[in-house]
Design a protein around this ligand. Sequence first.
Ligand SMILES: [Zn+2]
Length: 306
Amino acid sequence: MWTRYRFEWGSAVVAAVVAVGVLTGCSTDKSSDDDKPTVVTTFTVLADIASVVAGDRLRVESITKPGAEIHGYEPTPGDIRRSAKADLIVDNGLNLESWFGQFVQSLDVKHVVISDGVTPIDIASDAYAGKPNPHAWMSPLNVEIYVDNLVRAFTELDPDGKSAFEGNAVAYKEQLRAVHDELVKALRGIPEKQRALVTCEGAFSYLTRDAGLSERYIWPVNAEQQATPKQVSATIDYVRANQVPAVFCESTVSNKPMKQVASATGARFGGTLYVDSLSEANGPVPTYLDLIRHDTRTIVSGLTGR
Ligand SMILES: [Zn+2]
């Protein structure tokens, strides 16, 4: 998964800074952010997970901003300049970032596929049938694998940080397990007849597997972005046939087609779910753990009316 790393100049500067620190006996703990190796991720959810594992040893950035559409994103010249100076680039893989292959080809920076080792769930329908569903982070259990991949990649980048990364990972995995348990308990507590999750994008296959919900969506992957009349009417049929009490849509796409489903069927519009992006820091989901908790609460209250 590693591509060759030829930004010797950048690493030489870092090495020189560290060497000066050692020679003069001064602590590198107080070094400014500029001295830290930089990790660039493709989107905000990965940036949050990576920054927890990195602690204060690495600088972590996201190429795309909160609220951005990440599947069909078009990198700017600024993104390319910024990423060319990075020490490591982290992408999700599983065909999530359709733009990433070409992007990373134009750079000579190490890169790690964070979903490596996850058992994918295949997309069931439409043009994407049989391809892996990329939204593996919607299961906190999969994020434990993401964390292991980050520890390995970060340790290669910063060998002295090995025990710090491992310690951060252990603590974070406890939180991931706790949020997984909360999710499963809350969603499996919904009466069986109401346990169906209807969303805009088919981004919840991993979550619905963990939580024992059935899943239905208007379109499989956001790269399409347009709901066809056929997709909308198939969703309406499903909601009617199963008397689904509430339907939902995600923060990074228009909820218009789903509002249409709601008004045609009498189902409640249950609210906005977060998948492909965190909110801004002062919004409802500034971190990945907040995202899972927010979505769990929104789904429970939408489906039960509580
Ligand atoms: Zn998505």
